[in-house]
Design a protein around this ligand. Sequence first.
Ligand SMILES: [Zn+2]
Length: 200
Amino acid sequence: MLEQFARLNAKTASLKISGNPPLLDVTDLCGVLALLDEHHSWYIYAMIEQRRAHNMELLHKYIQQLVMQEMRKREFKSRKVKLMDFAYGVTKAALFAHFNPRGKCKVCNGLGFKAAKRCEHCNGKGTREYNWSEKVQYGFPHRRDLTRDWYRKSCGYYDQFIESILHEIAAELSEKLNKVRRQAIAYKRLESAVLFDDDL
Ligand SMILES: [Zn+2]
């Protein structure tokens, strides 16, 4: 999915683009983004490194709101961190980990599965995960008193919550993109049928 969008941005250095001509053009891709709420655009622009910091900031604000809502719903309380700072920090840590993957999982070599079973080490994601203490450092850099155990117990649920929001955004983008792709393929078939059918 990302390759299609990465073509929009010549600066996307982290993605290798295959030599095949694109089936979808810029107009199609902009059409896909227009069908979805704007946080999908922030997600894709951050992924293809187009004004990444700015788009991650917008995504951060949006997700932080959802985290606050979830905290209220679950009547979350923290003795150590103000609720606003908690929502800010956990969102920052989870977003950072999502947008800066550290390469492949060592156990399954990035495949996400081993011997036809889902890799338990990376939970099928295939990426190398950040550990809890790295997340504390990233989300709460000025709080030396917070431990990785604290992150696991207090933030673990919300970390997963954010990750699932991000996966949902990616899945929705993928679904819309596939729909447009199927239409483009059908249109191409129709076009070549018109060109090559002698009866017409
Ligand atoms: Zn793995």
